[in-house]
Design a binder for this molecule. Structure first.
Ligand code: MG
Length: 247
């Protein structure tokens, strides 16, 4: 193979590689996915773990056993059978998820189109009908619930499909001690909502939070049943296993 780099350059501090090192491993080739549209769910990239493709809930469970949300027309719908979570557990990840608030507008504030995406089962990114629906700022769609409102409100109308692209770094613990908190970057309908925002701790309601309870490095992805018929489709995740190594 032709020499594609250099072997006489300085070492990059903190790494095992030289600047422009020709032997540094190449990034894995991934076939990119496609964006979703109102008509159709997008296609996941080739290395994603597909958690829901519209057909079944085989990768999900509820607290009472089998996941029982309604499935039709390529989406799942909250039906008051309780929250669901993935059988598989994840830590650092890239998550794509599409959702729609009920087309028929009922209720107001936190009572309209409420659901939620819980990273590691603990950190809620709010799902709510945020279109012409005033509520407290740290509880609107794409809020890190109870902590940070999103930078802007980019909600589509009720009934329309919306996308979240979430980039999550799990917290690190050493025994009982927090080493680094969780961080999250959130893009809603293609618009940046949070940029490497530090998460204060697990989500609470009407309470401040902190990392007083250490937890494992991975946890399930959970979706909230808040009693409103929110729909989800095209859910995929990419575990960022190499994040720590900087490979
Ligand atoms: Mg919620």
């Amino acid at each position: 193979m032709a020499n594609i780099g250099y072997d006489d350059t300085p070492m990059i501090p903190g790494s095992n590689w030289r600047v422009h090192d020709g032997t540094r491993p190449q990034p894995t080739i991934v076939t990119p996915g496609t964006e979703s549209s109102q008509g159709q769910a997008g296609q996941p990239p080739s290395d994603a773990i597909v958690l829901f493709d519209g057909a079944d809930l085989s990768q999900w469970i509820s607290s009472s056993g089998e996941a029982q949300w309604k499935i039709e027309n390529g989406y799942m719908e909250v039906n008051r059978t309780g929250g669901i979570q993935t059988k598989a557990h994840f830590g650092d990840c890239q998550l794509h998820i599409e959702w729609a608030a009920p087309a028929e507008v009922k209720g107001d504030s936190q009572g309209r189109g409420n659901s939620g995406v819980f990273l590691m089962g603990k950190y809620e990114i709010q799902v709510l009908d945020g279109y012409d629906n005033p509520t407290y700022a740290d509880g609107i769609a794409a809020a890190i619930y109870g902590q940070y409102p999103p930078l802007v409100n980019a909600c589509r109308k009720p009934g329309e499909w919306q996308t979240y692209d979430i980039f999550f770094v799990a917290p690190r613990f050493d025994g009982q001690k927090l080493v680094t908190p969780a961080y999250v970057t959130i893009v809603h309908n293609g618009v940046l909502m949070h940029h490497h925002q530090e998460i204060m701790g697990p989500t609470g309601h009407r309470s401040a939070t902190s990392y007083d309870q250490p937890h494992p490095p991975q946890g399930p992805l959970a979706l909230q049943d808040h009693g409103d018929a929110v729909r989800y489709r095209n859910i995929w995740i990419r575990s960022l296993k190499d994040y720590d190594q900087g490979s």
